[in-house]
Design a protein around this ligand. Structure first.
Ligand SMILES: Nc1ncnc2c1ncn2[C@@H]1O[C@H](COP(=O)(O)OP(=O)(O)OP(=O)(O)O)[C@@H](O)[C@H]1O
Length: 314
C-alpha cells in the first residue's frame, strides 16, 4: 500500500537529512502511528507519501504506483485516493460545514446529485448530522476536526494521512476523534497518523513506527509511545529478585570480607542500534525496557547491564 525503499530526504540548504535511508512497508488496512520528537521527520514522511515533495534518494510506491513516475499533471488525480487531516483543521472560514465538505467533491468534478447525497451521509458518520449549515467559527475544535475528517474521507480514500489530528484538542475530545478514525480504519481505510500524544498511542495498541533524526529506530506491532532508543543504548538495570540475590551469594561471607570484594568491571556502553537493525523484533515493556524474545537471544547491540557504576553519577 505504501512502500519506502531506502528513502532519504535532504531539504535544499540543509546538511542533515530530514529522513535518512528509510525503508518500510505499510499494508492495506493497517493503522500506523508515526512517533518521534519534534523535527524527527514525521511530517516530511507524510509529505512524501502525498507527493508534495520528492525524495533525494530512494523510491516510494503508493497504491502500487511509483511516485517518481507520476507526472505533475497526474498528481491531483493520484491524490484523490488519499485523504489528509491536519492539526489546525484548515477549513474554509467563509463556507458552511456542508460547503467545506462539498468543495472537495466539486473540485474533482462530482455531480450535484452525488454531492447532495454524499455530504449529509459523511456528516452523519462523523457525528455532525445537525450542523451542516454552521460556519467553522460556530463549532468547537473537536467539531471542526470532525468536519476536516469528513472532508478527507467523503471520497472514500484508500489511505488517510493525519498529521497530529488531536494536537489542538483536549483528551476527551481527542478520544472521540480517535474513535472516529478507528471506525474509518475498520471500514477499510489505511490510516497513517503522526502524533505526540502518548496517551492515545498507549491506549490504541496499534503499529508504532518511531523516528529519531530521520531514521526508523522502532517498528512495533501493538506498540506503545515509549521510546526504546535510550534503553537500547543503556538498558535499565533489572530489579533482582530475592532468589537472584541469594543465588549470587552461595556462601554467606563475613561483613568485613564482603566490603573487600573487587568492584565488577564496568560494562561497555552498547552502541546505538544501527538503522538496519530490525528493531521491530525488539519487544519492550511499557516502561521501555528492552527484553530479548524468548529463545531468540539478545538483539544486536544489546548488553545486559552488570555494573552498578554504569549508572549515571548523582
Ligand atoms: N521545507 C523545509 N526546508 C528545510 N528544512 C525542513 C523543511 N521542512 C522540514 N525541515 C527540517 O526537516 C527536519 C524534519 O522536520 P519535520 O517537520 O518532518 O519533523 P516532525 O517530526 O514532523 O516535527 P514536528 O513533530 O515538530 O511536526 C527538521 O530538522 C526540519 O527543520
Amino acid at each position: 500500500m505504501i512502500l519506502f525503499d531506502g528513502v532519504t530526504k535532504t531539504y535544499p540548504g540543509t546538511s542533515r537529512p530530514a529522513l535518512n535511508g528509510v525503508t518500510l512497508e505499510v499494508l492495506k488496512g493497517e493503522f500506523v502511528f508515526l512517533v518521534g520528537a519534534s523535527g524527527s521527520g514525521k511530517s516530511s514522511f507524510l509529505r512524501l507519501v502525498l507527493k508534495e515533495d520528492r525524495p533525494t534518494k530512494g523510491k516510494i510506491f503508493v497504491l502500487g504506483q511509483d511516485l517518481g513516475a507520476i507526472s505533475s499533471s497526474k498528481v491531483p488525480y493520484f491524490r484523490r485516493s488519499l485523504g489528509v487531516v491536519f492539526q489546525d483543521f484548515r477549513l474554509l472560514p467563509n463556507k458552511t460545514v456542508f460547503d467545506n465538505v462539498a468543495f472537495s467533491l466539486q473540485v474533482i468534478g462530482k455531480s450535484k446529485g452525488f454531492i447532495q447525497e454524499a455530504v449529509p451521509d459523511v456528516l452523519k458518520m462523523v457525528g455532525l448530522g445537525g450542523k451542516q449549515n454552521r460556519f467553522p467559527h460556530e463549532l468547537s475544535g473537536g467539531e471542526q476536526q470532525r468536519v476536516a475528517i469528513a472532508r478527507a474521507v467523503v471520497n472514500k480514500p484508500a489511505i488517510l494521512l493525519a498529521d497530529e489530528p488531536t494536537g489542538n484538542l483536549d483528551p476527551a475530545t481527542s478520544a472521540g476523534i480517535m474513535t472516529l478514525l478507528s471506525t474509518i480504519n475498520a471500514n477499510g481505510t489505511t490510516v497513517l497518523m503522526a502524533t505526540h500524544d502518548a496517551g492515545i498511542v498507549d491506549k490504541m495498541k496499534r503499529r508504532v513506527i518511531e523516528l529519531i533524526g530521520g531514521q526508523i529506530v522502532r517498528d512495533e506491532r501493538q506498540g506503545g509511545y515509549q521510546t526504546t532508543s535510550v534503553p537500547i543504548q543503556r538498558p535499565a538495570k533489572p530489579e533482582p529478585s530475592f532468589d537472584d540475590l541469594a543465588a549470587a551469594v552461595p556462601d554467606p561471607m563475613p561483613e568485613v570480607e564482603r566490603e573487600r570484594e573487587p568492584e565488577p568491571e564496568p560494562a561497555p556502553v552498547a552502541e546505538a542500534a544501527p538503522a538496519s537493525v530490525p528493531v521491530s523484533v525488539v519487544p519492550t515493556t511499557t516502561r521501555g525496557t528492552v527484553i530479548p524474545e524468548p529463545g531468540s537471544g539478545p538483539p544486536p547491540g544489546f548488553q545486559w547491564p552488570t555494573a552498578p557504576d554504569a549508572r549515571p553519577e548523582r
